[in-house]
Design a protein around this ligand. Structure first.
Ligand SMILES: *Cc1c(COP(=O)(O)O)cnc(C)c1O
Length: 394
């Protein structure tokens, strides 16, 4: 079955009891046990709910894993997965991880005596150097946010396999449509389903998939024990979004590429980060390990003043944190996702004051380009006006 078909028919596409074309929302916290000696499939909804279970099976099939799990948010999925580790363990983590993951690791997990070393995972040798006899896990995010650095998943897994280290990949940016880390050797895949999988800016959710059943059993124990499960209504919303994932990503990716190429030729834009551009340092690796470049790009307009002037002038994209929605979203990493990072560290990572992230939605691509064009023209006009005022002493 090809991916598009799997999205709709990978698991049962109708309710086996009634034939309903959409999985019912089982709004129940507990389940009647007809025979105490023979417990039913469900007993209590933290431990299992049929609506959540349908989503968990769907994501497991799409990522090609043994077990899927749905959590109350991407961070709930991430923090629950880290509970697989114990005091004294060491984990190697990509230095470009999502800000919430960085905060959890440095402010919460550090109190549990689990040590983390952040490395530039695009350099496989750096990953290998960071591994110690206590290393139990390697955590990747590729492409990274917001400069889209690409890590070689198979190469990192190769290092890990030899040392019995589990590899975890945050696959939020590409989704299983474009990238399936388990097929490249990873052990666990994580998603913020709030982004492309949900896809409509209307639900906060997280997913995790384990490659094998044994690790799945361990993660199930943690999911049930910690209890950060996704509710039935939100599980239904995520499934509804998931059905159109391929159709949405096909359009959004095409639009992102068109915008990236247009921006790359624009005189007001200093730099464009998009793995679909041949000049991007991760272009070839990405083309090898993933089947698409996704809908997220970032570009540098040179300064905070210019970035701000652009945000003031765009009319179509919403200006917000988050990404992966039907509407195009512009965000400003320096003041949003990476505000907590010291300026020098931000600059070192290319997250400059002029950097803007764009997540392409489903609007007409030409309309989006026209909107960006008028906004960039307005920026130049406003800046040259304020400069001439400054010269004339006004
Ligand atoms: C948003 C995001 C998260 C966190 O997910 P939430 O659903 O907001 O908790 C984790 N990783 C990446 C790459 C994200 O973009």
């Amino acid at each position: 079955m090809k991916f598009a078909t799997k999205l709709l028919h990978g698991t049962s596409c109708f309710d086996p009891v009634t034939g309903a074309a959409s999985t019912p929302i089982y709004q129940a916290s507990t389940f009647h046990q007809a025979d105490l000696d023979r417990p039913g499939a469900y007993d209590y909804a933290r431990s299992g709910n049929p609506t959540r279970h349908a989503l968990e099976e769907a994501i497991a099939v799409l990522e090609g894993g043994a077990r899927g799990f749905a959590f109350a948010s991407g961070m709930a999925a991430i923090s629950s997965v880290f509970m697989l580790f114990s005091a004294g363990d060491h984990v190697v983590v990509a230095e470009d991880v999502y800000g919430g993951t960085y905060r959890f690791l440095t402010k919460v997990l550090s109190r549990m005596n689990i040590d983390v070393t952040f490395v530039d995972t695009t350099c496989v040798e750096a990953v290998e150097r960071a591994v110690t006899p206590r290393t139990r896990g390697i955590y990747l995010e590729t492409p990274s946010n917001p400069t889209l650095k690409v890590t070689d998943i198979a190469a990192v897994c190769h290092i890990a396999k030899a040392k019995n280290i589990i590899v975890i990949v945050d696959n939020t940016f590409l989704t299983p449509y474009y990238q399936r880390p388990l097929e490249l050797g990873a052990d666990i895949v994580i998603h913020s389903a709030t982004k492309f999988i949900g896809g409509h800016s209307d639900v906060v959710a997280g997913l995790a998939v384990t490659k094998d059943a044994e690790l799945g059993e361990q993660l199930y124990f943690i999911q049930n024990g910690m209890g950060a499960v996704l509710g039935a209504q939100d599980s239904w919303l995520v499934m509804r979004g998931l059905k159109s994932l391929k159709a949405r990503l096909d359009v959004s990716t095409q639009t992102a590429e068109k915008i990236a190429r247009w921006l790359a030729n624009h005189p007001s834009v200093a730099k464009v980060h998009y793995t679909g551009l041949e000049g991007h340092p991760g272009h070839q690796l990405q083309s090898r390990q993933a089947s698409g470049h996704g809908a997220v790009l970032s570009f540098d307009v040179g300064s905070r003043e210019r970035a701000k002037a652009l945000f003031d002038r765009v009319t179509l994209p919403i200006v917000a944190v988050s990404l992966g929605a039907v509407e195009t979203i512009l965000s400003y990493p320096a003041m949003m996702s990476h505000a907590a990072m010291p300026a020098a560290e931000r600059e070192r990572r290319g997250i400059t004051d002029g950097l803007i992230r764009l997540s392409a939605g489903l609007e007409d691509a030409d309309d989006l380009v026209r909107d960006l064009e008028q906004a960039l023209e307005g920026v130049e006009a406003a800046l040259s006006e304020s400069k001439s005022k400054a010269f004339s002493g006004a």
